[in-house]
Each structure stands twice: as structure tokens, then as C-alpha cells.
Design a protein around this ligand. Structure first.
Ligand code: GLN
Length: 215
């Protein structure tokens, strides 16, 4: 199983390192052909305006939307979260509108350019996540299908999941945190083989049905 990391711009090396640390092969994605053989995709932090331009320039928009539509996990961190949001506050057009949320860019302003926090993320277990925020966005609105995975102490939403799409406003890959990547790898393995875990191979029609349901 291989997981792609969008490697056009930003902090993609740290995601490749984190995948290596958990024994998963990471692939740099720079053009559509790089997506042919991946079971999931990570969109790193960086600068979402630049990422928008490069995604369009390299013809990656449709192939990434297709990968998501087939049910493969897509995980965005920081700028990657902005890239995945259906609505970007301030009337910017969405980039890959896969998450039914409204995101506010640079939500912490100049006073708090970067900060770190211990966050409770119940889906990852009891040990808190050491979260690094760098000119981070925040989620202002979540649609009905969106699960909130983490909030700041003041209640603001900073990690979400909607079906096969996960996004964090912070950078787990900069803090030696591997549990989000493990979750993505587990989802990717299940996407490759929906019968995995049940101890038997899925019947072909079951596989087709679960792929459809994942849409
Ligand atoms: N502020 C950046 C943006 O709006 C995101 C910062 C980050 O990814 N660390 O795109």
C-alpha cells in the first residue's frame, strides 16, 4: 500500500518522514500519473493560494476529486484543510470542495502567529495530541455529515472528519505525532480491501456496494 503526499509546495517532507516512521510507503505527488497507484493522499501545510495555482497548473484537481470519490482517504493539514473546505470565508472560491465546512484562513491573526497546544482527540485515544499551529485556519461552520475530532479550549473546531476526508488546522507531522497518519493508513487499507478485518475476502458485489457507499 502506498500513500501519496502532494509535493508541490509546503511541508510535504515531514509527512513523508512520518509515513516512513510508521512503516508506510509514501509517494511524492506532483502530476496526475503519480496518483495512479496510491490508496490515500495527504495535503500538507504551506500556502493555500500557491497550492491552488499549482493544483490547477498541474491538472491535479479532477484526479484528486476522483480519488476522493472512490472512497480513498484524503488528509489535509493546515493549508491542506483550507484546500479541502467547501467554503472559504471571505468569498474565495473553493479549491477541492470535499469537506462541508466553512474555514477561516489565518484565524489567529498576527498576535498569535504560531502556538502549540495539547488537544484532546478522543478518536485517537486518551493521550493528548501535541498540536503545532502556524498561521492556522479554524473551522467556523460544520455541515451535518461532519464529525468534530478536536476543539481548542475556547470551543473552536480544529480537526474534523467527513466520511473519508480528515482535516486538521494544526501540524501533527511537526510534533512527532503519528496517530493521524496511522488512522489514514488504516482507512487506506480498508479502502483497498473492504473485507479486511472480517477475516475473509469480500464478495465482489459487496466490494462494489461498499465502494459506492463510500461516495
Ligand atoms: N496561512 C496559510 C494559508 O492560508 C496556511 C499556513 C500553514 O499551512 N501552516 O494558506
Amino acid at each position: 500500500m502506498r500513500i501519496g503526499v502532494l509535493a508541490l509546495q509546503g511541508a510535504f517532507r515531514e509527512h513523508l518522514d512520518t509515513l516512513r516512521a510508521i512503516g508506510v510507503e509514501g509517494v511524492r505527488v506532483r502530476e496526475p500519473a503519480d496518483l495512479d497507484d496510491v490508496s490515500g493522499l495527504i495535503l500538507p501545510g504551506g500556502e493555500s493560494t500557491t497550492m491552488r495555482l499549482l493544483i490547477e497548473r498541474w491538472g491535479l484537481r479532477e484526479p484528486i476529486l476522483d480519488l476522493a470519490d472512490r472512497g480513498a482517504p484524503i488528509f489535509g493539514t493546515c493549508a491542506g484543510m483550507i484546500v479541502l473546505s467547501r467554503d472559504i470565508a471571505g468569498d474565495e472560491a473553493p479549491i477541492l470542495p470535499l469537506l462541508d465546512v466553512t474555514v477561516e484562513r489565518n484565524a489567529f491573526g498576527r498576535q498569535l502567529d504560531s502556538f502549540e497546544a495539547e488537544l484532546s482527540v478522543p478518536v485517537l485515544g486518551d493521550t493528548p495530541v501535541h498540536a503545532v499551529f502556524i498561521r492556522a485556519p479554524v473551522i467556523e461552520r460544520t455541515g451535518p455529515g461532519v464529525n468534530v475530532l478536536a476543539r481548542l479550549d475556547d470551543g473552536r473546531v480544529v480537526a474534523v472528519r467527513e466520511r473519508n476526508i480528515i482535516a486538521t488546522a494544526f501540524h501533527p507531522e511537526l510534533a512527532g505525532e503519528t496517530r493521524f497518519h496511522r488512522l489514514v493508513a488504516t482507512m487506506a487499507a480498508e479502502h483497498d480491501d473492504p473485507g479486511e478485518g472480517s477475516g475473509r475476502r469480500p464478495h465482489p458485489t459487496r466490494r462494489a456496494r461498499s465502494t459506492r457507499l463510500a461516495r
